[in-house]
Design a protein around this ligand. Structure first.
Ligand SMILES: *Cc1c(COP(=O)(O)O)cnc(C)c1O
Length: 333
């Protein structure tokens, strides 16, 4: 059985791909096609006016060889929300869920053991082949799902240096909660500059001092028994991992504070021994090792609490502990 972990995250795909099309005003039956190409009109709406959004979730091979999906319905609901905000046809939850489950079942033999996984990338694109439709949403759309065996994105002890950016935003504030490619393009100038000028791994966007998130992960501060993160607003992406981390942290006895906080509070907390974490599907939790604030680097003194919360979540994913929150959807056997 081929269960190799490709060296580059997301570079190898399972051969089959489900495609759900919205045509003539309704969603069509799922079609299965080869995942190595997609035919699209060069005038397609998504290629000109950014009518595109995506999702990222994982399936796991558990300790007893069961194959499970982690919280797929949360990702389906989030894509429905993104579609609405981008004026794209809203995918039907049931057909979307069924396509995900069948894709994972078809790719099951390629899912590596822990700590690897199968990463799933549902993508919704507007396909109207009319370049005159700049000021209207696309009436036709395709939802397709890629499946990619991936290794462990998390590397214990790896440096994670964040540049604290207080002048620029990741994206337009009303787009923050939309998981769309355009937001990534929008953040690229600052992310590239941070890497080149400061050797930073990520940018922590804190417009006017308000601590929000990085280019692709949510952010939380762990200060003693308190875990602090921004409350859900339109300005940033509502991560499934963020939600899982907060629930698990509560189980572990942390006090969860969803409130606004500033760069000054962050700086003072870190100087006094607080931890900081990034949360997202790829790595679950990446503990932050240092911040660059106003040109000065500040070390984060420990990464232990973040690592312990991470383990509590991956233990559920790989079937080492009971799934008390009902997060897993069994695909096989
Ligand atoms: C996807 C994403 C996250 C993390 O979301 P998860 O559901 O936890 O994977 C955070 N921020 C941004 C900008 C994202 O695109």
């Amino acid at each position: 059985m081929a269960r190799e972990v490709p060296a580059v995250f997301g570079s190898v795909f399972h051969q089959d791909m489900p495609v759900l099309a919205f045509e003539n005003g309704s969603w069509q039956e799922v079609r299965w096609q080869q995942a190595n190409e997609l035919s699209l009109a060069p005038g397609a709406h998504c290629l000109h006016y950014g009518s595109e959004c995506f999702e990222g979730l994982k399936a796991f091979r558990q300790k007893n060889d069961d194959i499970v999906l982690f919280r797929p319905d949360a990702n389906i609901a989030r894509m429905q929300q993104s579609a609405k905000l981008l004026h794209l046809p809203v995918p039907e939850a049931e057909a979307f869920h069924a396509a995900l489950v069948e894709l994972v079942a078809r790719a099951a033999d390629e899912i590596p053991d822990a700590p690897a996984a199968l990463y799933l990338r549902p993508t919704l694109i507007g396909t109207d082949p009319v370049i005159g439709k700049a000021g209207v949403g696309s009436s036709n759309a395709l939802l397709y799902i890629l499946a990619s065996p991936v290794g462990d994105y998390f590397k214990a002890g790896a440096p994670m240096k964040l540049l604290v950016e207080t002048e620029h935003m990741r994206c337009a504030p009303h787009m923050g909660r939309v998981k769309c490619g355009g937001n990534y393009a929008s953040a690229l100038p600052w992310v590239t500059k941070a890497r080149e000028e400061y050797g930073a791994h990520q940018v922590l966007f804190c417009p006017n001092g308000d601590v929000q998130e990085t280019g692709a992960s949510n952010f939380a501060l762990i200060k003693g028994d308190e875990i602090i993160t921004k409350p859900l607003t339109d300005e940033f992406l509502h991560g499934v991992t963020r939600d899982s981390v907060l629930k698990i942290a509560r189980d572990m006895g942390y006090q969860v504070s969803e409130r606004n906080f500033t760069v000054s509070e962050l700086k003072e907390a870190v100087e006094n021994g607080a931890e900081a974490i990034l949360t997202g599907t790829a790595a679950v939790i990446s503990p932050v090792t240092s911040f660059v604030i106003e040109g000065k680097e500040i070390e984060v003194q420990s990464q232990e609490r973040g690592a312990a919360i991470r383990k509590a979540i991956t233990d559920i994913q790989y079937g080492l502990v009971e799934d008390r929150h009902g997060w897993l959807v069994k695909v096989k056997p």
